[in-house]
Each structure stands twice: as structure tokens, then as C-alpha cells.
Design a protein around this ligand. Sequence first.
Ligand code: NDP
Length: 328
Amino acid sequence: NQKIVLANRPAAWVEESNFRLEESPIPEPGANQVLVRNRWLSLDPYMRGRMSEAKSYAKSVEIGEVMVGGTAGEVVKSNHPKFAVGDTVVGAMGWQTWAVADGAALQKVDASAVPLSAYLGVLGMPGVTAWVGLMDICAPKAGETVVVTAASGAVGSVVGQLAKIHGARAVGIAGGAEKCRYVVEELGFDACIDYKAGNLRGDLKEATPKGIDCLFENVGGEIFDTLLTRMNPFSRIAVCGLIAQYNSAPYPMQNIGAVLINRIRMQGFIVSDDLSRWPPALKELAGHVASGRIKYRESVADGLAAAPAAFISLLKGGNFGKQLVKLT
Ligand code: NDP
């Protein structure tokens, strides 16, 4: 069994030396437990927070502990009545190739209709995040303008496609012409602004002639400040993530005056806050993925040893779509 543990905590940017690859014997499942051969590891921005000791909504990973992470794999041995050898399952088994888990902590998924890896992206936590933030917090009406940052990524790509399905105008913000081309031509957003092109303020004005009614915020920092200047009265902001700020010292929120002047409703949320929202989210998403109305893209790193470099790349925008690690 290969596993990656947290070797030490990053001061600012994550480095490969913050991780250590270790070998250990394949574990044996106990009562009601299942042995899983992990095939896919999900890499997600929240992992940056777990590497830090700073207080957050979830517990930090301890030094020497296996890094946390969502996984998808196959049951190899089962002592649990609900799971049989060969079942495909998802769980949170961390950065390792084999793991033992309580049956209650695993979910069986059907990998015949969609690829197993999709359950870590569009039909998993990132997809549900998009659905909850958009439907429950932004609640866009037909004809309104929805703007989403990190638009080509795992969460953002689903936000814009769902917004279109619900009759809104979808505008993405992404880094680079290639990501923006994908967002408009393949995902069907109405517009996408390449913030790296250096004219965010002007391009934004052009892409949002009627202002912004719903901002699905994934990035924070200066981009967020600029977007705030285009918010309409009584608009809504789903504060989902602030990836531009994860690797720096606490960032003072500027421009929050726009919240006051426009009486904006702004709400932070964590996808696991209300588990009763997962089934309706996944039901709608699965239907759209099956019909081809929602598309997704993956960046795949090869082998567990490649996970630290792939994670660092994700934090810098090197991923294009959902970042995964293939564990075979
Ligand atoms: P993505 O697939 O979107 O990958 C991260 C992307 O962030 C990069 O590809 C990059 O895209 C963009 N990015 C990184 N640094 C910067 C920067 N300095 N400025 C602008 N953009 C940057 O990741 P996810 O879809 O998994 O996550 C998106 C956001 O959602 C994150 O903030 C994450 O923390 C949050 N999240 C929140 C959850 C919740 O429950 N609240 C649950 C899941 C995710 P580009 O090249 O376009 O810049």
C-alpha cells in the first residue's frame, strides 16, 4: 500500500517537501469493514486548508497522518452485508492506494452508465457544491445574469451550465484564452472573460450589460473586488471559495461597501451543511449528465507519487477541469 502523509505544514505556497510517500502493508478489514483498492483520488482546493493549523470548518490533518481526500475504487474484501467483492464505491479514504473503511462510510455507485471518476467531480462533491450554491443561495430567475469565477473548473463549469438550463445568462471568469474558449464553445456559457488578458473591468462591463444578479464566487482577491462593482441592487452572492487567498496571509476584504449600497444578499456555505440537499442535487445533475446537457472535463495525474505536484498545480490553475489522480 502506498500512501502520502503530511510531512510538515506549508508557510505560504504548498511545496512537494510538505508531503512524504510511505509504504505499508495492505490492511485487513475488521467487523463490518470493507477493503477497497482505490482507483481514483480527487484533488480539491480545500486540502490546502487541512494542511494548515488555522481554525476552519474542519479539522486539520496532523503531521504524519495520511492526507485527506475523496476516493473512488473497487471492493476487494468485504465483511459488510451491503458490499460485495467487485462493487464500485466512493468514500473519503485519503491519498492512498488501498484502504479499509467502515461500510457505513462508503457509498456504492454505478460505474456502468458514467465513468467511476465522475463521482468525484460532476456527480460528486463539486457538482453538489455548484447546485447548492446556485439553486439555494443565488436562486437565479430566467433572464438574470449569473457570473462564476474559476469557470472552467470542477465547480464553476457546473454552475454556468446549470444557470443556462434554468434560463439565466451565464458569464464565466477563467485564466487564459484556451479555458475561456472551452467555457463558451463547449460548455455553452454566453461569455467568458480571461482575467489574465489584463482588462477585467472593461471586459466585464461588456459581458454584463445588465449588471450581475448572482455572483458565484470561487476566487476572492482582486477579481472579487472588481466583480462587486457590477452587482445589481438586491443581487445575491454565494461565497463558495476564495482560492486566490488560500496561499497568502489573511486578506482584508475591500469594496464590501457594494454589499451595503446594493443591499446584496451574500452567504457563505459549505457543501456538507445540509445533507438533505445532496439527493435532489445529484438527481438533477445525473439526468443532465446522462442527456449530455452538462459536460465535464478532467485533468488526470498518473500514480499516487504524482499527487503532490498535481495538487500544487491545481492551486495555481494548472488543472483544466476536475483534477484527479489515477491510482493504477
Ligand atoms: P477548480 O477545478 O476550479 O480548480 C481551481 C481553479 O482556481 C484553478 O484551475 C484556477 O483556474 C483557479 N485559480 C487558482 N488560483 C487563482 C487565482 N489566484 N486567481 C483566479 N483564479 C485562480 O477547483 P474546484 O472547482 O474544486 O473549486 C473551486 C472553488 O470552490 C475553490 O475555491 C474551492 O475551495 C471551492 N469549493 C467550496 C466548497 C464549499 O463547500 N464551499 C466545496 C468545493 C469547492 P484559472 O486557471 O481559471 O484561474
